[in-house]
Write a protein that binds this ligand. Structure first.
Ligand SMILES: *Cc1c(COP(=O)(O)O)cnc(C)c1O
Length: 290
């Protein structure tokens, strides 16, 4: 069925949102090896960072509980309760709300050491799970059945930190190209970050890749009128649920590239549904979480 007048007949969706139990989507892949490292180092506790709707903290709390690890979430500006924070706490995550000023120091090694001293011994995981281990985990998405298939002219994925894109670029060798859709405004440093992520695992991209910057819809976690019209129309036509932060922008970008004639309707496209549906609960203009 067309979406807003545009056929998506050549578009297939890899439903990572249906894989991974309590931690669906790409975050379980990103966390796999870093949590294995914590266990190998004999650490029983991990600490990481995120906003009050963070998919990363949500997944960390879920997987940590499964593995019997204690989890600590440093939450940006977070006094306001959200369904995400409720879930995380329900899985046993200890929440540490910090001011926006403190949160800005999350990449600062001295601040991380301070947190580790106060709450350790623990392994500090970077925001979003961005790490060499994260790239290695995401490379395994490329090894899932049917993904590295020459029928795909393009494999398309949403980009936050670029870790997932780097893992895909490292793991794919038979598809035409990998296209990232930036979920943030002004993501000039995203391509360099992808190159650094590839270097961190001493890998090279097996296929060409690039990032599209025209579909952030106002910025990270923002939604403009176009996205608000697109998501319900897409869901209604396909039965595939989306959320506004990442996967809504991903499918909007594919739809727009086809509608503009930049991509040919004859090209087969694989869109990676990277999950994130828990965060949909934060948007009152969407129907309740399916
Ligand atoms: C975190 C996230 C992304 C972005 O992944 P990166 O590896 O940071 O680029 C994409 N989609 C969803 C649903 C996410 O939660």
């Amino acid at each position: 069925m067309p979406v807003l007048g545009q056929s998506l007949a050549g578009v297939s969706v890899l439903r990572l949102d249906r894989l991974g139990g309590a931690a669906p989507g790409n975050k379980a892949f990103k966390l796999r090896y870093i949590l294995a490292r914590a266990q190998a180092q004999g650490l029983r506790r991990v600490l990481s960072f995120g906003g009050a709707w963070s998919n990363h903290l949500h997944a960390l709390a879920a997987v940590g509980a499964e593995l019997g690890l204690e989890t600590i979430g440093v939450v940006r500006g977070g006094e306001t309760p959200t369904a995400m924070l409720d879930d995380a706490q329900g899985w046993g995550m200890q929440l540490l709300p910090v001011s926006r000023e403190d949160y800005r120091r999350r990449h600062d090694v001295a601040y991380q050491r301070e947190l580790a001293q106060m709450h350790g011994p623990c392994l500090v995981i970077p925001e979003g799970g961005a790490s060499a281990e994260g790239v290695l985990g995401c490379r395994e998405i490329a090894a899932l059945p049917g993904v590295d298939d020459p029928r795909w002219r393009r494999v398309v994925v949403a980009v936050g930190t670029g870790t997932t894109l780097a893992g895909l670029a490292a793991g794919l060798s038979r598809v035409g190209e990998v296209v990232g859709v930036a979920a943030i405004r002004g993501g000039d440093d995203l391509a360099p970050r992808v190159r650094e992520a590839l270097a961190a695992i001493a890998a090279q991209a097996g296929v060409p890749w690039h990032i599209e910057h025209g579909f952030h819809c106002g910025g990270f976690a923002r939604a403009d009128a176009q996205l608000r019209a697109f998501i319900p129309a897409f869901e209604h036509a396909t039965g595939v649920p989306l959320e506004p932060v990442y996967t809504g922008k991903l499918l909007l970008a594919i739809h727009a590239q086809l509608a503009a004639g930049h991509w040919s309707p004859g090209d087969e496209i694989l869109a990676i549904h990277s999950g994130g549906l828990q965060g949909r609960r934060g948007y009152a203009w969407l129907d309740p979480w399916p």
